[in-house]
Ligand binder design. Sequence first.
Ligand code: HAM
Length: 422
Amino acid sequence: MKKTYTGVRGTSDFIPGQANLFNHIATTSRRIFKTFAYEEIILPILEEEGVFSRGVGATSDIVEKQMFKIARRSEEVTDDIVLRPEGTAQVVRFYLENSLFKQSDFHKFFYIGPMFRGERPQKGRLRQFHHIGSEAIGSDSPAIDAEMISLAMTILDAVGVTQKKLKINSLGCAPDKEKFALALKEALAKRKNELCPDCQRRIEKNPLRVLDCKQETCRAIVASLHPGQSHLCQSCKKKFDDVCRLLSDLGVTYVHDPYLVRGLDYYTNTVFEITSSSLGTQDAIGAGGRYNNLISALGGPEIPAIGFALGFERIMLALGEQEKKEAIDVFVATLGEAAVNEGFKLLQKLRSERIACDTDYCSKSLKGQLRYAEKKGAQFVIIIGEEELKEGSVVLKNMNASTQEKIKNEELIVGLKNQMRL
Ligand code: HAM
């Protein structure tokens, strides 16, 4: 027996109904991005490692533990090549490489595509997954924060994710964040021994990440900390109040979650996360925030920016794994070899009229062909037998109305289109 293969752990195949749902979500998102005036970009899956180790942060999980590295292929490339784990640092690389800040002081982009993280797979957590991502670069206005958040919520509403919760917080500017981290470090140091080994390390390297830990014991300690907003300077506090006010003006419902910090190091000021109770432990459908220092960290000027990414697979889970069946318009059933040839030519004619159609390629009986047509959701079946061949006609069966009629070949397309319009 020859070995058969299974898909790589942490990857998923989309069967046709799921692929249709995927495309429906992508099309709906593209339509909404257009109304918000965001432009689509398509960037490669491969990037140099430094884009993420410098951009996302060396102590973040996705860089420290989850990067898929590809062996360096040439001496000219100094960094390792990796499969991109996220889109934000990549968009900044693209923005800087093309000096887009010289062309215009403000850009709004979106992207749809696969991301890769070497995580321990579980429901809703994959090694290859897909993002619908959005980045607005060049403005520090609270209005763009509110727009970005409402854009994410609008997409989720439009694709049918009704049960969701929006949490927002502000980390403040870099000095505020440092103050926050220092206060946390002091508070956590007192209970260091009770924390998980990862968090014990995080206290030193990146104490904010402890707030993000999913371990029960760490969560209980974190819950007793009551972080508040005392780390925010006056200007950052006002900005956050403005974002909250604007969201209320837009009718976006949110909760302020002082524990929300996010796992990627580039965030400053506004951070947000959208969760769905229908998802289990991996409950974030999407998340984002400001990254006002990322562009300079990657060698560019000081330019503020904000963005988000929605997880395709988690949206699909939240929609209850519903599939979207794509029905055909017409099935051409044939009886006898001559009819098969005639039917095959008819398919081309129907397709040139943009009528979605199919036929039998497996020599099924008429009964079998009709059963298959039903399975394909065909609205009409055209039957060609010996008699019809002689007469230059076909039988047109309307499956919804359960009617059938003989129709001359030259009248078929018009007759069919008339019935399709009803
Ligand atoms: P993130 O929170 O790492 O943010 O990912 C965004 C969303 O992607 C998550 O909320 C989740 O729905 C989905 N996701 C993440 N990891 C996985 C996984 N292993 N399997 C399935 N789905 C997953 C970012 O990546 C930032 N770049 C978002 C952003 C854009 N911030 C500013 N601009």
